[in-house]
Design a binder for this molecule. Structure first.
Ligand SMILES: *Cc1c(COP(=O)(O)O)cnc(C)c1O
Length: 405
């Protein structure tokens, strides 16, 4: 290797300081190899070789930094972690096999038997199952609260409370939680605020800057954006991420380098995709509100949304997910869905393709009817994750749905 090769390698490392989000999404976390490749390389290797027995011993002993095994570290996974940390404004990110692995790892690495979580009752369905069925077995208890009511957050806190957990805006009703206010409550009682930022992505909302301690992502959704891979990531301060990393390293819920590479490619277009999702969702929500056959539209961009002002304060856009109640019950909602011909009938969201689902019998079907009623998820509710197709084509498909209600 010539000196100029090393100089080139030095020159091409990207220092994220002072750059805007759009630039960070495209360039941060880039570490070109001496080959000078322009696109991020994938390192599909399970282990790494050492130049000598002494070097191997030093790596394993922790005296020398470097890769050992891809369950611990992998360069492509590290590029993805650096880019997410830069976008969320966190000290460090740890990638995980899925969004659920990110939540599990955060809880198990930062809490223990006897600890307590206060959780929004409007979180992702599998999060509720994870907490109720599995976390409780480890002696960690959970209290669910109304995410929009600050008093309910504060009054649920006990001496054992270590974590407050929320998702904003929520799925499927777009309820918002005031992140700065809940962060203040958490810190008053020495608890951590964990925010699942899946729906907004750092392009629309950066909860760490509003006082949250830890961010969770399902990278499966908007970060990939094209429905290709399952993955997740946790972001926060070094001292917390060291614990999460330790758990992933031994627990094994690590991200594959191939998936990390797909997410790196997805992140390059995150800004323009989120702008397009927001634009289409806003136009569709406004249009749906005016249609006969639609009882109510839930979207924080609408003036009719009770937390529209909060959405304007803590988000820079209203996102791509909306829901609406059709006139009638479950049968009418199903007829609406079945009469569409373009949008995809699937529970997934955050894709460039518009998706449609009936929350009551799919994503939220495992909740008891009472819990669903309490959360406000009625049988006539339909959820859309608005994609980036032509808005006229999406409206035409909704018109087909409406004609069947
Ligand atoms: C999908 C999703 C998850 C879980 O992520 P996976 O990658 O499917 O494990 C967590 N939180 C929210 C808000 C989600 O939408």
């Amino acid at each position: 290797m010539s000196i100029s090769d090393y100089e080139r390698a030095e020159r091409i490392q990207f220092d994220p300081q002072g750059y805007d989000l759009e630039t960070l999404a495209v360039r941060s976390g880039q570490h070109r190899s001496l080959e000078g490749e322009h696109s991020d390389p994938i390192y599909p290797t399970s282990s790494y070789v050492f130049s000598s027995a002494r070097e191997a011993a030093a790596r394993f002993g922790g005296e020398e930094e470097g890769n050992i095994y891809s369950r611990f570290t992998n360069p492509t996974v590290q590029f993805f972690e650096e880019r997410i940390a830069a976008l969320e404004g966190g000290e460090r990110a740890v990638a995980t096999a899925s969004g659920m692995a990110a939540i599990l790892s955060t809880c198990l690495s930062l809490m223990q038997n006897g600890d307590h979580i206060v959780c929004s009752r409007s979180v992702f369905g599998s999060t509720v199952s994870l907490f109720d069925k599995y976390l409780t077995r480890t002696g960690i208890s959970v209290t669910y609260v109304d995410p929009t009511d600050l008093n309910s957050w504060e009054s649920a806190i006990k001496a054992e409370t270590k974590m407050l957990f929320l998702e904003t805006p929520s799925n499927p009703l777009s309820e918002l939680t005031d992140v700065a206010a809940v962060a203040e409550i958490a810190h008053k009682y020495d608890a951590l605020l964990v925010v699942d930022n899946c729906f907004c992505t750092p392009m629309l909302q950066q909860p760490l800057k509003q006082g949250a301690d830890i961010i969770i992502h399902s990278a499966t959704k908007y970060l990939d954006g094209q429905g290709r891979c399952v993955g997740g990531v946790v972001v926060g301060r070094d001292k917390h991420m060291e614990e999460v990393f330790g758990f992933i390293r031994t627990g094994g819920a690590c991200l594959s380098p191939f998936n990390a590479w797909v997410f790196l490619k997805g992140l390059e277009t995150l800004k323009i995709r989120m702008d397009a999702h927001c634009r289409n969702a806003m136009e569709l929500a406004t249009w749906l509100e005016q249609q006969d056959g639609i009882d109510h539209v839930f979207y924080s961009g609408l003036e009719s949304h009770p937390q529209h002002e909060l959405a304007k304060k803590q988000q820079t856009g209203f996102g791509g997910v909306l829901s609406f109640e059709v006139a009638g019950g479950k049968e009418a909602a199903w007829r609406f869905i079945d009469a569409t011909t373009m949008v995809s009938i699937t529970g997934n969201l955050g894709d460039v393709k518009t998706t449609i689902t009936h929350p009551g019998t799919t994503t939220h079907g495992r909740m008891t009817p009472e819990a669903r009623a309490e959360a406000g998820i009625k049988d006539n509710l339909v959820r859309l994750s608005v994609g980036i197709e032509s808005i006229e084509d999406i409206k035409a498909d909704m018109t087909r749905g409406l004609s069947a209600v």
